[in-house]
Write a protein that binds this ligand. Structure first.
Ligand SMILES: NC(=O)c1ccc[n+]([C@@H]2O[C@H](COP(=O)([O-])OP(=O)(O)OC[C@H]3O[C@@H](n4cnc5c(N)ncnc54)[C@H](O)[C@@H]3O)[C@@H](O)[C@H]2O)c1
Length: 360
């Protein structure tokens, strides 16, 4: 194997520019060998700015002509399946932004093809490697709050098209059929929650369109109204079994939020996830009359995970190829998340609780 893993990137839009291209360039054992975007100017500019040796406007050509070990897929959700399958069929290891695919069936095909081909798959988000998430899991697994009865998690935001100075691309596709907040924000919450508490066994959900027309705050369509065609407002109930339940909001209808992002209620205490990376990004409430220790205690540490970015999805894959081990950002975990999201949509349609079949 050469001294560096040769990486190609397909999709040179917002996240490529904000995180990934610099992340690959700065990783000591990764070589940004080729970039590809159907908007050829974007591919050319990305190649110049980040030092890729070649650029393409067609994935088939990149796969045929560039000498690559791995490919990172950073396209819109509706292209994930097609691009991921092409990458794997070309015999390249795959890193892919969330969601793994638009449907559970497509996600399963991607995971199975990677496994039967002996190729490594690293699926976003890389939350299991985020030091904040690692610390929360340690606390929960070590019994810091005892047996958990329920968790409340807020995953809603205002949505990418409301952020001024964010994207240079048109981000309104996030609100359209084939996308929506469940597929863009749901994977962060569900990857973490299932890593903390294990696989979800049953799901129920309410889903709908709450804000049917919006205005893009940035990008090429700035100032223009557009219609919301994907559910932008979802409330999900999660059942882990043995009396452990969760509620999760995932929408583009929360302009702001106060209070913790999540709280885990246990029989011996409460764990609050406050966001950020400071010492108080995690707090634990304990009530121990015997020792006189009662109240909220900071459970993080200064700048816990301050340098962590989502580019870990690809840099971790590069490390795993070098060390010949399976990525912790696993396809099987992403497949379970994909099933929960699809099950939530089916539950919202049918009005009944539905069971999942996959496990992590
Ligand atoms: N925007 C965000 O806030 C954000 C944050 C984290 C993760 N993500 C994820 O990153 C991925 C990309 O999102 P984005 O915001 O960067 O999208 P984007 O629209 O800004 O960029 C996508 C790029 O892919 C290109 N593309 C589409 N189909 C292609 C194809 N077949 N071949 C080559 N290029 C193609 C487009 O021309 C575009 O430049 C999504 O999976 C999204 O969920 C986005």
């Amino acid at each position: 194997m050469s001294a560096k893993i040769k990486v190609g990137v397909v999709g040179c839009g917002t996240v490529a520019e904000l995180y990934y291209l610099a992340g690959i360039r700065n990783h000591s054992t990764a070589d940004l060998t080729a970039v590809c975007d159907v908007v050829s100017d974007r591919a050319e500019q990305a190649a110049r700015k980040y030092g890729a040796s070649s650029w393409f406007s067609d994935l088939d050509r990149m796969l045929a002509e560039a000498d690559l070990d791995a490919v990172l897929v950073l396209t819109q959700h509706k292209h994930h399946y097609e691009n991921a399958m092409k990458v794997l069929k070309a015999g390249k290891h795959l890193a892919i932004e969330k969601p793994l695919a638009e449907s559970f069936d497509q996600a399963r095909q991607i995971v199975e093809l990677a496994e039967t081909s002996g190729l490594k798959l690293s699926a976003a988000p890389p939350s299991v490697l985020d030091p904040v998430t690692v610390r929360i899991r340690e606390l929960i697994r070590d019994g810091a709050v005892g047996k958990i009865s329920h968790v409340i998690w807020h995953a809603s935001g205002s949505g990418p098209a409301r952020r001024a100075n964010w994207g240079f691309t048109d981000q309104t596709w996030f609100y359209q059929r084939h996308a929506g907040p469940m597929s863009s924000l749901g994977p962060y919450a569900l990857t973490s929650l299932t890593w903390f508490l294990g696989p979800v066994l049953r799901v129920a959900a309410l889903s709908g369109i709450s804000i049917s027309e919006r205005i893009a705050a940035a990008g090429p369509t700035e100032g223009r109204p557009f219609a919301t065609t994907a559910p932008d407002n979802n409330l999900v109930l999660l059942d882990w079994g043995e009396g452990t339940f969760g509620s999760l909001d995932v929408g583009y209808c929360a302009v702001a939020s106060k209070g913790p992002q999540g709280q885990f209620f246990g029989d011996e205490g409460v764990l609050a996830v406050n966001g950020g990376t400071g010492a108080d990004c995690i707090e634990v409430y304990r009530q121990d009359e015997g020792s006189g220790v009662s109240g909220w205690l900071a459970a993080g540490s200064p700048n816990l995970g301050g340098g962590f970015t989502i580019a870990t999805t690809i840099t971790h894959l590069v490390d795993c190829i070098f060390e010949d081990r399976q990525p912790e950002t696993s396809g099987r975990h992403a497949l379970h998340v994909s099933e929960i999201m699809e099950t939530a949509a089916r539950s919202a349609d049918s009005g009944v609780f539905l069971e999942t079949t996959t496990r992590i």
